[in-house]
Design a protein around this ligand. Structure first.
Ligand code: HEC
Ligand code: HEC
Ligand code: HEC
Ligand code: HEC
Ligand code: HEC
Length: 195
C-alpha cells in the first residue's frame, strides 16, 4: 500500500467509519427509547372492547371490572362473565358480541394481550397506591378517552423512583388529588420493591 493510501485510510476513512458507527448507535438508541420502555404499546385485542365507550361515555366504574385494584396487588382483567352481565341482551347481534358470546358459551378464556408489565423480580401493588388516593390516570393516562388502551408512561425503576421522590409534583402534573399535600413520599430503599 502506498504511503498516500495508508494516510487516507487512517485520516479519512477510519474517522468516517467510527463517526458513522457512533451516529447509527445514537440514532437507534433514541429512536427505540420509547419502545424499550413500552411507551406506545397498543396491541390489537381479540375483541374490540373500547374503554372510551364503556368507562368514558357509559361511565362504568373501573372497579366494576378491575375488581382487585383497591384491595390487592393486581387490578385483575375481567372474565367474559362480567361482560355478559350486559351483553346477553345488549347488542347481541353485533359481530364482536357474537364472538364474545362464543367465548362465554364455549367456556374458553378470552386471552387479552397484556400491555403494562414490570418484571417478576420487582414488587408493585395496586392497593398501596390506589388505596392512598392516587388516580389510575397518574400511571395509565386518561383511559376513559382510549378506544384501545395504550401505554403512555414508562414503567421502569427510574419512573417509579421519579414519583416516589416527589409525588406531589408528579401527581399535580396529571390529576388533581383531593389532598395532594398530605401524600407521603414513596419508599426508595431497595427492598421495598425487590423483596
Ligand atoms: C366493562 C369492563 C371494564 C371497565 C369498566 C374498565 N375496564 Fe379496563 N380493561 C377491561 C378489559 C376487558 C381489559 C383488557 C383488554 C384491553 O386492554 O382493552 C382492560 C384493560 C385495562 C388496562 C390495560 C391492562 C394491561 O394489560 O396492561 C388498563 C390500564 C385499564 N383497563 C384501566 C382501566 C381504567 C382506568 C378504567 C376506569 C376509568 C377501566 N379500565 C374500566 C375492562 C374494563
Ligand atoms: C354495564 C353494561 C356493559 C358491560 C358490563 C359491558 N358492556 Fe359492552 N356495551 C354495552 C352497551 C350498552 C353497548 C352499546 C353502546 C352503544 O353502542 O351506544 C356496548 C357495546 C360494546 C361493543 C360494541 C358492539 C358494537 O359493535 O356495536 C363491544 C365490542 C363491547 N361492548 C364489548 C364488551 C366487553 C368485551 C365487555 C367486558 C369486558 C363489555 N362490553 C362489558 C354495555 C356493557
Ligand atoms: C402508581 C401507578 C399505578 C396506578 C395509580 C394504577 N396502576 Fe395499574 N398498573 C401499574 C403497574 C406498574 C402495572 C403492571 C404491574 C405488573 O406488571 O405487575 C399495572 C397494571 C395494570 C393492569 C394490568 C393487569 C394487572 O392486574 O396488573 C390493569 C388492568 C390496571 N393496571 C388497571 C388500573 C386501574 C383501573 C387503576 C386505577 C383504579 C390503576 N391501574 C392504577 C401502575 C399503576
Ligand atoms: C404517581 C406516583 C407513583 C408512581 C408512578 C409509583 N409510585 Fe409507588 N408509591 C407512591 C406513593 C405516594 C407511595 C406511598 C403511599 C403511602 O404510603 O402513603 C408509594 C408506595 C409504594 C410502595 C410501598 C407500599 C407497599 O406496597 O409496600 C411500593 C413497594 C411501591 N410504591 C412500588 C412502586 C413501583 C414498583 C412503582 C413503579 C412500577 C411505583 N411504585 C410507581 C407513588 C407512586
Ligand atoms: C420504587 C420501586 C423500586 C425501588 C425502591 C428500587 N427498584 Fe430496582 N427496579 C424496580 C423496577 C420496577 C425494576 C424493573 C424495571 C426496570 O428494569 O427498570 C427494577 C430493576 C432493577 C434492576 C435490574 C435492572 C435491569 O436493567 O434489568 C436492578 C439491578 C435493580 N432494580 C436494583 C435496585 C437497587 C440496588 C435498588 C436500591 C438502591 C433498587 N433497585 C430500588 C423498582 C425499584
Amino acid at each position: 500500500m502506498s504511503k498516500f493510501l495508508l494516510d487516507y485510510t487512517l485520516k479519512v476513512r477510519l474517522p468516517l467509519i467510527i463517526f458513522t458507527l457512533i451516529l447509527v448507535f445514537t440514532v437507534t438508541y433514541f429512536v427505540s427509547y420509547a419502545e424499550r420502555n413500552g411507551i406506545g404499546y397498543e396491541p390489537d385485542q381479540p375483541v374490540t372492547y373500547s374503554h372510551k365507550l364503556h368507562a368514558g361515555e357509559m361511565k362504568i366504574d373501573c372497579k366494576y371490572c378491575h375488581t382487585g385494584v383497591e384491595v390487592s396487588r393486581s387490578a385483575n382483567i375481567p372474565s367474559v362473565d362480567i361482560c355478559m352481565n350486559c351483553h346477553n341482551v345488549a347488542r347481541k347481534d353485533k359481530a364482536e358480541i357474537v364472538k364474545l358470546t362464543n367465548y362465554f358459551e364455549g367456556n374458553s378464556p378470552l386471552k387479552w394481550k397484556r400491555i403494562h408489565k414490570i418484571p417478576d423480580f420487582a414488587y408493585f401493588s395496586h392497593a398501596s397506591h390506589v388505596g392512598k388516593g392516587i388516580d389510575c390516570a397518574n400511571c395509565h393516562g386518561d383511559v376513559t378517552q382510549m378506544k384501545v388502551v395504550v401505554q403512555i408512561n414508562s414503567f421502569t425503576m427510574g419512573a417509579c423512583l421519579d414519583c416516589h421522590r416527589n409525588p406531589e409534583k408528579r401527581i399535580a402534573e396529571f390529576y388533581t388529588l383531593v389532598n395532594t399535600h398530605n401524600i407521603k413520599k414513596g419508599p426508595e430503599y431497595c427492598s421495598a420493591c425487590h423483596r
